[in-house]
Design a protein around this ligand. Structure first.
Ligand SMILES: NC(=O)N[C@@H](CC(=O)O)C(=O)O
Ligand SMILES: [Zn+2]
Ligand SMILES: [Zn+2]
Length: 347
């Protein structure tokens, strides 16, 4: 028996589209989302309003004619960010948010913040103007175990930062722990959290047990099973503070399959099929639309998309390519490890 569900068009509140040939290859694969918050960690990073506007034009040029996707640009916060430029870029409709990477935390984060006191004027200006801060929440201290870096970040950095600037709207990006879920729940309307598709599917065994699997390696790294279960409970709860940010982060296979391989899972193409499966497994298909299409828009103060998408459960699994070509390189899709019976129908 085929079963169908109709949802408002989903949004992706955390997406890496890259640049150049990679952008051309991957942008069309996210074109069916309504809005996407575009991560600014290019090399060099997107740090000024002018650079964000130019990057938005390159993204629009890479999208197919008539694609629904409206890129929502972000600036990469550095120790040298000018508060006036941030406020002006937001006022002029160029940016939707600012992204905080602790220096050295993840892919292309070398220009990230080293000293939180230096960015205090920017955070104050953002709080005043209502500009959300999207946070990669991991400490970078080498003495802190990589599996504890999110929880330690919450205690040492995020909580003090929010106490110092209570009016700042903050999104905890790609939370991976029960600690992240609990902290998100402890906040008020100013605090939201994105959850990725892949962290609902894999725990750390997927990366390490029975052989090392680079395509499951991302940051923050997947944690133990109890944390995955906490994320699934949060994502499927329908609570307004939790929403989809795929963190689809394509890297060429030549950069993933290395003695020191890059972090990132590429989930843009099959995200909706995987999420429908997860929500069905949890008996929460009725909460899928809140997670993918309502909660994030509400947090960002935007109306939900007007048009709809349809997902149909068929007996035959949906087929997705194993890799996407960028011309010279291939990028491997995230493999959920189970057949994807939910098909995303053409509009
Ligand atoms: N998530 C990842 O593993 N990688 C992201 C960076 C990030 O979101 O931290 C990337 O840009 O490749
Ligand atoms: Zn990140
Ligand atoms: Zn990311």
């Amino acid at each position: 028996m085929t079963e169908s569900i109709t949802l408002r068009r989903p949004d992706d509140w955390h997406l890496h589209l890259r640049d150049g040939a990679m952008l051309s290859a991957v942008a069309p694969l996210s074109a069916g989302f309504g809005r996407a918050i575009i991560m600014p960690n290019l090399v060099p990073p997107v740090v000024t309003g002018q650079q964000a506007a130019a990057y938005r034009d390159r993204i629009l040029a890479a999208l197919p004619e008539g694609a629904p996707l409206q890129p929502q640009m972000t600036l990469y916060l550095t120790d040298g960010t000018d508060p006036a430029d941030v406020v002006a870029a937001h006022r002029d409709g160029i940016i939707r948010a600012v992204k905080l990477y602790p220096a050295g935390a993840t892919t292309n984060s070398a220009s990230g913040v080293t000293d939180f006191d230096r960015v205090r004027p920017v955070l104050d200006a953002m709080a005043e103007a209502g500009i959300p801060l999207c946070v990669h929440g991991e400490v970078t201290d080498s003495e802190v175990d990589i599996f504890d870096r999110e929880a330690v970040f919450i205690d040492r950095i995020l909580d003090p930062l929010r106490r110092a600037t209570p009016d700042l709207r903050v999104v905890m990006e790609h939370i991976t722990t029960a600690d992240g879920v609990a902290y998100a729940r402890s906040g008020g309307e100013n605090l939201g959290a994105t959850i990725t598709t892949h962290h609902l599917v894999i725990n750390r065994n997927a990366i390490l047990a029975g052989g090392i699997r680079p395509h499951y390696y991302c940051l923050p790294v997947a944690k133990r099973e109890s944390h995955r279960l906490a994320l699934r409970e949060a994502a499927t709860s329908g609570e307004a503070r939790f929403f989809l940010g795929t963190d689809s982060a394509p890297h060429p296979d030549s950069a993933k399959l290395q003695p020191c391989g890059c972090a990132g899972c590429f989930t843009a193409p099959n995200t909706m099929s995987i999420l429908a499966h997860v929500f069905e497994q949890e008996g929460k298909l009725d909460k899928l639309e809140a997670f993918t299409s309502l909660n994030g828009a509400a947090f960002y103060g935007m109306a939900p998309n007007e048009d709809r998408i349809r997902l149909t459960r068929r007996d035959q699994p949906a087929s997705y390519p194993e890799t996407v070509s960028t011309g010279d390189e291939t990028v491997t899709l995230f493999d959920a490890g189970f057949p994807l019976y939910w098909h995303l129908e053409d509009a």
